[in-house]
Design a protein around this ligand. Structure first.
Ligand code: DX5
Ligand code: ZN
Length: 222
């Protein structure tokens, strides 16, 4: 089942609750929250205090994508703030297995994220531990970048691995998901579509979320 996860990175941070509500009316089913520390990625965004406010502003699950160094140090704070899903980068975790255990131990759904240059096979052994795998289809740090085409091969490889291992993790894609790319992304096998610019960029999140989701569902039923 294809779902849309509006990424608030491109929302109006001074009117976050309104933007989230509009994206929800447009069909968004989980809110994607980008956490950046200025070290792991060349940008800074928000942290647990904003997640705590979002938790009060919407009933939708909050999918926190941690683009930070030393994520273990912050996992308890995100749990306290009300995060539902927490994903960490393969490239940021010295002890990925331990970090995924820590997320689950705090009652949140663990996910692992791969940068464009990181091969899917590297995470094979920890796949039984994750609720979702997030394929970055741009280099993380900014919204509105162009989709990297070889991400489609990584999605297909993950679908194969999931089948081979008999697992049920969800496959999420983040970066450059838009009208001109969404059909091929869905057809490659991605189910959780993160979109920032395509939902919030024109200032019409309800309309644009609805249109993107309709395009994704049409491609899924082809
Ligand atoms: C980028 C973030 C994304 C970002 C995607 O580092 O992880 O979630 O919002 O933006 P778009 O959809 O604009 O490519
Ligand atoms: Zn993200």
């Amino acid at each position: 089942m294809v779902e849309l996860l509006p990424s608030i990175l491109s929302a109006d941070f001074a009117h976050l609750a309104d933007d989230v509500a509009a994206a929800e009316r447009g069909g968004g089913t989980t809110i994607h929250v980008d956490i950046m520390d200025g070290h792991f990625v060349p940008n800074i965004t928000i942290g647990p205090p904003v997640v705590k406010c979002l938790r009060r502003a919407t009933k939708l699950p909050l999918d926190c994508h941690l683009m930070i160094e030393n994520p273990d140090e912050f996992i308890p704070a995100f749990a306290d703030a009300g995060a539902d899903w927490v994903s960490v980068h393969y490239e940021a975790c010295r002890h990925l297995h331990r970090t995924l255990q820590l997320i689950a131990h705090h009652g949140m759904k663990p996910g692992v994220v791969l940068n464009p240059a990181t091969r899917v096979n590297f995470i094979k052994d920890i796949l039984p531990m994750v609720h979702h795998v997030l394929i970055m289809s741009v280099n993380p740090g900014f919204g509105g970048q162009e989709f990297i085409p070889f991400s489609l091969d990584k999605i297909r490889r993950l679908v194969e691995l999931r089948q081979e291992l008999g697992l049920a993790f969800r496959i999420e894609v983040d970066g450059g998901v838009a009208h001109d790319t969404v059909a091929q992304i869905v057809q490659a096998g991605a189910e959780l579509l993160v979109a920032g610019n395509a939902v919030f960029g024109a200032g019409e999140p309800e309309r644009d979320a609805r249109a993107l989701l309709a395009a994704a569902r049409a491609a899924a039923s082809e």
